[in-house]
Design a protein around this ligand. Sequence first.
Ligand code: PFF
Length: 475
Amino acid sequence: MADSLSNKKRGGFTGRMGFILAAAGSAIGLGNVWKFPFEVADGGGAAFLFMYLIFCFVFCLPIMVSEISIGRAAQRDAVSAFETGKKSWNVVGKLGVLSAVLVLSFYNIVAGWALGYVVEILMGNFSIGEEFGTYINDIAKISLYAGIFMLLTAYTVSKGISKGIERLSKVLMPLLLSLMVILILYGFFLPHAGAGLKYYLIPNFANISLEVIYNAMGQAFFSLSLGLGAMITYGSYLPKNENIVHASAFVVLADVGIAFLAGLMIFPFVAHLNAGDMSDISGGAGLIFVTLPGGFESLGPGIGLVVGSLFFLLLSFAALTSTVSLLEIPVAYAVDKLSISRKAVVWFLGLFVFLLGIPSLLSQGDSAFLSACLSYLNSSESRSFMDIIEHISSDTFLPLGGFGIVLYVLFGWRKKRFHAELSQGYPNYVGSIWQRYLDFSLAYLCPVILSLMVLLTILDRFIGINVLKILTDAL
Ligand code: PFF
């Protein structure tokens, strides 16, 4: 009784569809549309895609199932959810809350860039790509766009789960898919589209290196919003009669599917711009923000304006369903643990995270100090403030948090309770092939892969030793 009363107060998803769309919305974001295509470009086209798929299903899916079931079993925020056994496990949840705040602080800035591009392109400013460096250092402008983005995020989260996050995802996810399909179909008919598709779809296994494999691992983990409690938090709002394993598989499929479609959408435009010459495609952040606007301009002023602004609108939609999930993590923690009203927490945290993002915003060149504020041990290369926050949070804390989650399932919560939770909504789960696969992956694959990821990242990012490169050179 007490539980149902408190659940009424917490709110929740109305059913499977709402949950899947919201969780897929969290997963599908800048990572899919912005980062994935250039990781593909750098990593051998479909060869990278192939590895990405393997990582998503073999090692990320079991972690997603774990996170959702931890949350649903506890029906509490990402910190309290770890307190079912020994209370000290909640340090994993606290690390997650901290990571969410840090990731959101810079993610919101990049989302602001995308939102600003919608306006710039609508105003016919196609040279925005060439002016990217100046644009991201127009502090007043970017603060405004990032501020609007945070306002939209906070407004949605303040409305709660079913009326805020679920409603937003139910509108934006189908819209995102429709816009994507329209742009893909349009791109297919552009001159030289075939060269782009060939570049994307024909695997070039020669480009695969240990570093590319490592990047695919990190990309899969970040793209599925794992390791910081987003899925624990969303899982805590999932009704008990839903099948967690199937819902998770859907979310992974949706995430992988949209990443794949993003490539189909982008490469024909890039090929069109380069008149079919794909030998010199620059990867990195520039592929979307620098290269693409020129591609849109080459379609002609009218159609370029429509297609270009739709593209960046789509990117903003994808980002918004991710930022709401990031903000919901600390909000749920404060609401459940400290019993503070949702609205008060949301607006306070929204402002706090926005202000926390200001140094990242200034670190793109405007402030000489923040743009090159630190060089790590054994490395002369200096890092910007945004780089440092990204290295600490998404590169290091996320796999570390994932490692903590796996250890919690194995040694804190224990398999028996994990399986019991999964059996709710999936009566034939025990003894199924899913059970055997999850058991194996969580006991062997996940701990090995995640600890390797953490170790390699710390050595590379903070100590300047790139073990993978050393190994590759030695082989
Ligand atoms: N998965 C999102 C993306 O691919 O852009 C990023 C993200 C959202 C990471 C939410 C973590 C998270 F909790």
